[in-house]
Design a protein around this ligand. Structure first.
Ligand SMILES: [Zn+2]
Length: 686
């Protein structure tokens, strides 16, 4: 028994060390985070069960990330600790309870916490002497890092904010240590991988590895070509009076000119932390950078000191990790799926694996170019990732795990569904089925129409749509509403699991027909999105619905009217008008109205405390870029205008504000500074 355990422990340690080496020194992971965590947990459990087999040099005993050869080593004055991970609301409550206990607080006294998105990059430290950057280093193992000052000087900020500053703005302490994360924004990561692919070099698995690989270059000129960003989150000024709260530190960092994350949030009590964490769980996918969790820190610095640190982690902070969005699995098959516009998308069928709280058995490969660029083969072990979309994507294969039995996928020249010729037009990325009556396209249109974000016809998935089309019951959306219950009930559909045919039956029919009934009063934005008008995604559908208010007004909009809609350009306006002018489409819409569809008028966005208010931004904001501030106001139902008039409800005055603020004073319009504005955004009340 112990012998078996010893062997397994040796094996686990070797695999973890190998993974560490690949990850930290070669910046190219061979295991997914989830897989790594599993091995680490197994090793910890085995060592606990067999204390005699525990050794000092086990990977469970040290912080990974030793400094690499070729860099000068730098000892951090204060160790850069890593944070204890928590993965559930229950563990957050335990963390909160321990803080209360150690600080001797009554259980109902809310503790102030600062929440910061957990950034997926490389932690670094910058040392400023008399306000000038003297030294920059990586975190390394927490005690000793690598000196990368010249590389760090080339790092930019987030949004319009500055990055690594050569000099601090304003008054500076004799010595200031700034800590933060160097990261690569998603779009830059994708652009970088495209370049690497053209050069036939290995791709980076994720933005974090790309950021690490870019910063840890022996030649700073290489780093300078990589669009890295620095976000500051910690400041230390030894020998001088400190701050009283962590939030004040963040404000000081912003005042010195550093990019501080605009998504940072001050929360009172753990309940508020959990609400913010849940909101960020969705919102994070829309952020320009990757974040896989939320760092929760006790705000009071006196409280932080009293809580202190345990052997490896500070007791005043925890890192909440969202369920893993990345996993490794094997590609069992690749096939081309035909969508509602006839586009063929290569899809990898993978060994089912848990990802982001769901079991995943398919991952998209986007198009043939992507498939070739990534060189994904049937039989490959691949990294798959979920980024907010329903279907995850294949990020890259792991060539080190190839056995030689892998096969390349041959793109079909005929539509796998209708057999029509498949063409790829010049200048197009995608292959299309040319079959005018291709059933796959109709199935795609139906499932698009029925999806949750469109008309939300619960129960009408791919299998049901395929049966409707195959049996000739449905030729367009309007047919769905005309089909008698008996036809639904008797219809045979293919069970996805077994492949055998079963009748739809009474309960499922009832569910679908009830959902169809509800869909008749779905909002206009859902209908416009569900109709599948070219260029009209969810966001454009929402804008159009808000602008026109009713289906009639939308249908009678001229191209000029459409051009007057925010974010609608000439191409989109032309496509929309052409779609409306197509008699077939008009007939379908008319029949939908005859069937009883009465799309509900749009309501103002929920929680829109800025709803209907016109806001003018003037001068420079420190914490938010202009675009971010505008987006925040719009998200709350307000409008941002470029000039001050009597119709202006609020003027936000930043640094060096000019004539707009003067005019606002003349007109008696309410003026607030940035701090007040941020508070209003936080509370949602103007
Ligand atoms: Zn086809």
């Amino acid at each position: 028994m112990a012998e078996g355990a010893a062997k397994r422990i040796d094996d686990l340690r070797a695999r973890i060390r190998e993974a560490d080496r690949a990850y930290y020194l070669l910046d190219s992971p061979v295991l997914s985070d989830a897989e790594y965590d599993r091995l680490m947990r197994e090793l910890l459990a085995l060592e606990e069960a067999h204390p005699a087999l525990a050794t000092k040099d086990s990977p469970t005993r040290r912080v990974s990330g030793e400094a690499a050869e070729g860099f000068t080593k730098v000892a951090h004055r204060e160790p850069m600790l890593s944070l204890a991970n928590v993965v559930s609301d229950g563990e957050l409550d335990e963390f909160d309870a321990r803080v209360h206990r150690l600080l001797d607080l009554p259980p109902d006294a809310p503790v102030e916490y600062v929440c910061e998105p957990k950034l997926d990059g490389l932690a670094v430290e910058l040392v400023y002497l008399e306000g000038a950057l003297a030294e920059g280093s990586t975190r390394g193992d927490g005690a000793v890092g690598e000196e990368v000052t010249a590389n760090l000087r080339t790092v930019g900020g987030l949004g319009a904010n500055a990055g690594v500053l050569a000099r601090l703005r304003g008054r500076s302490p004799a010595r200031l240590e700034v800590r933060g994360e160097v990261l690569l924004q998603k779009e830059h990561f994708e652009a970088m991988n495209r370049v690497l692919a053209r050069q036939e070099k290995p791709l980076f698995a994720n933005p974090r590895n790309a950021a690490a690989g870019s910063l840890r270059q022996l030649d700073w000129r290489v780093t300078a070509t990589r669009p890295l960003s620095f976000v500051a989150y910690e400041a230390l000024r030894p020998g001088e009076p400190g701050w009283t709260t962590h939030w004040a530190k963040l404000e000081a960092l912003a005042a010195w000119g550093f990019a501080v994350n605009p998504e940072n949030r001050l929360c009172r009590g753990m309940a508020e932390v959990k609400r913010w964490k849940d909101e960020m769980a969705e919102r994070r996918f829309a952020l320009p950078y990757d974040t896989d969790g939320l760092v929760v820190k006790v705000n009071g610095l006196d409280e932080q000191r009293r809580l202190g640190a345990a052997s490896k982690f500070p007791r005043w902070a925890a890192a909440f990790k969202y369920p893993p969005q990345e996993e490794t699995t094997r590609v069992e098959r690749i096939w081309a799926s035909v969508g509602r516009t006839g586009v063929l998308t290569p899809v990898a069928e993978v060994t089912p694996v848990r990802l982001g709280g769901a079991t995943v058995s398919r991952a998209t490969l986007h198009n043939e170019d992507e498939l070739r660029r990534k060189d994904v083969r049937i039989g490959d072990v691949v990294l798959i990732r979920r980024a907010g979309e329903v279907i995850p994507e294949v990020v890259k294969p792991i060539p080190e795990r190839r056995t030689g039995a892998e096969r390349e996928f041959v793109f079909p020249s005929r539509c796998p569904v209708c057999g029509a010729r498949v063409v790829r037009e010049e200048g197009e990325k995608v292959h299309r089925c040319t079959g005018a009556a291709c059933p796959a396209q109709l199935v795609g249109r139906l499932t698009h129409f029925a999806q949750r974000r469109a008309l939300d016809v619960d129960g009408l998935g791919e299998a049901v749509a395929a049966a409707l089309v195959a049996n000739g019951h449905v030729h367009d959306f309007a047919d769905l509403y005309a089909l008698p219950a008996a036809t639904w009930e008797e219809m045979e559909i293919a069970e996805t699991k077994t492949g055998s045919a079963v009748k739809l039956g009474v309960p499922r029919t009832r569910r679908i027909r009830e959902a169809l009934e509800r869909s008749k009063v779905a909002t206009l934005r859902r209908l416009l999105f569900g109709l599948g008008i070219p260029q009209v995604g969810e966001a454009t559908a929402a804008t159009l619905a808000r602008h026109f208010g009713t289906l009639e007004r939308f249908l009678s909009a001229s191209e000029d009217d459409l051009l007057g809609v925010r974010d609608v350009g000439p191409e989109t306006a032309g496509e929309i008008r052409a779609w409306i002018d197509e008699p077939q489409n008009r007939r379908v819409v008319d029949r939908l109205v005859e069937a009883g569809l009465r799309p509900a008028a749009e309501q103002a966005p929920r929680g829109g405390a800025f709803a209907g208010k016109t806001v003018v931004l003037t001068g420079g904001l420190v914490k938010l870029s202009r675009d971010e501030a505008k987006a925040e106001v719009e998200r709350r139902g307000g409008k941002v205008s470029g000039s001050v008039s009597r119709k202006t409800d609020l003027v936000v005055e930043g640094e060096d504000a000019g004539s707009k603020a003067e005019k606002a004073r003349e007109l008696g319009v309410k003026i607030v500074g940035e701090e007040e504005f941020l508070r209003m955004l936080g509370e949602g009340a103007p």
